[in-house]
Design a protein around this ligand. Structure first.
Ligand code: NDP
Ligand code: 2IT
Length: 452
């Protein structure tokens, strides 16, 4: 029988190898560390997982596609971006995961996101593999026509790699309903097929699922509520800080408000807004979803209760709950220390890997309930899988039905993570619970399907 410490040293050796084989991909190294550092108990307990090559296969994407995306701006100038699709693991189903359009996108960022997605998708229990894609294209300040031409050029290469049974992209940072529309249109034109299950996050009149736009934010709040219930509390009357002001942040604030909490912040890359009366969602949606503006406009139009803090971070505002919903590594050790000093009870990740490893450690040490993104934000991809199910059945479900399924899925993910953590001597540690439970499902399928 191999001991946990022997197993951990094998995993540490593998992590060193991952760093050498994937140079200049710090986000991917970070994501691999966060998972592999928690697997020793399960690998030591179940010898089949120590089989040579299993974890080595898990950390190597099945396929990585990189391509040129040329397009013309409104002045007729040719621009060149880089496109990516990393098809990481299809042991449980077709590759599934979003597309990110942001200037910081590179192969390492897409690989970290694809790797996280494998475990997140496994936790949903809905038969979806893990993948991610995107481009270093920056949609900020671009006209609709420019975004359309970019999406058309992007899909002109991407179409040959995706399909309803192969790989099903969706949105992520910089990719919402408008972009999915242009991408779907070009896919349909090139392939001459109405293949509605090839993309999720579609518009409601043409194959989209009700509640998909809301699902990530709603799901994260349901996860936070489940963690609070474990502590004998609910969300009623709790003050919450939320970062970001995009798709995930907006519907996080909406669900927090519906459950009686007071969400007092939102942010974008220019700074943050604090509104002691609670964020006015109609105003925020108008500025962000309709006008595609900046958060300072919110403070200008809201009146005395709100102020804009240029360049600041929402974590300095005292709160019971923190829900990072913008981007990776946006909550560091200093932020965690500030949150703890101010009495935070739970941190639940709407974004992917927003909390640095040092910050996670500090929060857990301080007894703060910590919900890792691969569990807490899985509601988005889960409802994407429900959208695929509706597309395959050529039907559409009511909002109430989708929301009920979402609530059941989030409860089940919470229970799975909680019970798995207890089973492996880490009670209350949702990071260990999520990693091990996701790993077991994927690893079992990989072992059953042979060395491929
Ligand atoms: P959006 O593009 O709708 O919103 C992103 C928000 O985050 C914007 O307010 C943006 O501000 C801010 N932001 C992005 N990058 C940075 C940065 N580098 N620094 C500061 N602020 C930044 O994206 P989503 O809401 O869809 O995604 C937010 C997070 O949630 C991401 O981590 C994503 O991976 C994750 N996620 C998304 C899911 C979904 O269904 N959409 C599902 C699960 C997770 P600005 O406009 O100034 O850049
Ligand atoms: O990070 C994520 O889970 C997403 N961006 C959503 C993926 C999806 O396929 O709905």
């Amino acid at each position: 029988m191999t001991t946990r410490s022997e197993t951990q040293s094998t995993l540490d050796h593998l992590l060193t190898e991952i760093e050498h084989r994937n140079p200049a991909q710090p986000e991917f190294h970070q994501a691999a560390h966060e998972v592999l550092e928690t697997l020793a108990p399960v690998v030591a307990a179940r010898p089949e997982y120590a089989e040579p090559g299993l974890i080595e296969r898990l950390v190597e994407p099945e396929r990585q596609v990189m391509f040129r995306v040329p397009w013309q701006d409104d002045q007729g100038r040719v621009r060149v971006n880089r496109g990516f699709r990393v098809e990481f693991n299809s042991a449980l189903g077709p590759y599934k995961g979003g597309l990110r359009f942001h200037p910081s996108v590179n192969l390492g960022v897409i690989k970290f996101l694809g790797f996280e997605q494998i475990f997140k998708n496994a936790l949903t229990g809905l038969g979806i593999g893990g993948g991610k894609g995107g481009s270093d294209f920056d949609p900020h300040g671009r006209s609709d026509a420019e975004v359309m031409r970019f999406c058309q050029s992007f899909m002109t290469e991407l179409y040959r790699h995706i399909g309803e049974h192969t790989d099903v992209p969706a949105g992520d940072i910089g990719v919402g309903g408008r972009e999915i529309g242009y991408l779907f249109g070009q896919y349909r034109r090139i392939t001459n097929r109405w293949e509605s299950g090839v993309l999720t996050g579609k518009g409601q009149g043409w194959g989209g699922s009700l509640i998909r736009p809301e699902a990530t934010g709603y799901g994260n709040v349901l996860f936070a509520a489940a963690m609070m219930r474990e502590r004998g509390e609910d969300l009623e009357g709790q003050t919450a800080v939320v970062s970001g002001s995009g798709n995930v942040a907006i519907y996080t604030i909406e669900k927090l408000t519906a459950l009686g909490a007071n969400a007092v912040t939102c942010s974008d890359s220019s700074g943050y807004v604090v509104d002691e009366k609670g964020i006015d969602l109609d105003l925020l949606k108008q500025i962000k979803e309709v006008e595609r503006g900046r958060v300072d406009a919110y403070a200008e139009r809201r009146g005395a209760s709100a102020r804009f803090v240029p360049g600041g971070r929402v974590w300095e505002v005292p709160a019971d709950l923190a829900l990072p919903s913008a981007t990776q590594n946006e909550l560091d050790e200093n932020d965690a220390a500030t949150l703890i000093r101010n009495g935070v009870k739970a941190v639940s990740e709407g974004a992917n890997m927003p909390t640095t490893p040092e910050a996670v450690h500090l929060l857990q040490q301080a007894g703060v309930a910590f919900g890792p993104g691969k569990a807490a934000n899985a509601g988005g991809v889960a409802v994407s899988a429900l959208e695929m199910a509706q597309n395959h059945a050529r039907t559409s479900w009511t909002a109430a039905r989708v929301e009920e399924e979402l609530a059941d899925i989030m409860t089940s993910i919470h229970t799975t993570c909680h019970e798995t953590a207890e089973r492996y001597d880490a009670p209350g540690d949702y990071v260990t619970g999520a990693n091990i439970a996701g790993f077991e499902r994927v690893a079992d399928a990989m072992l059953a399907q042979g060395v491929i």
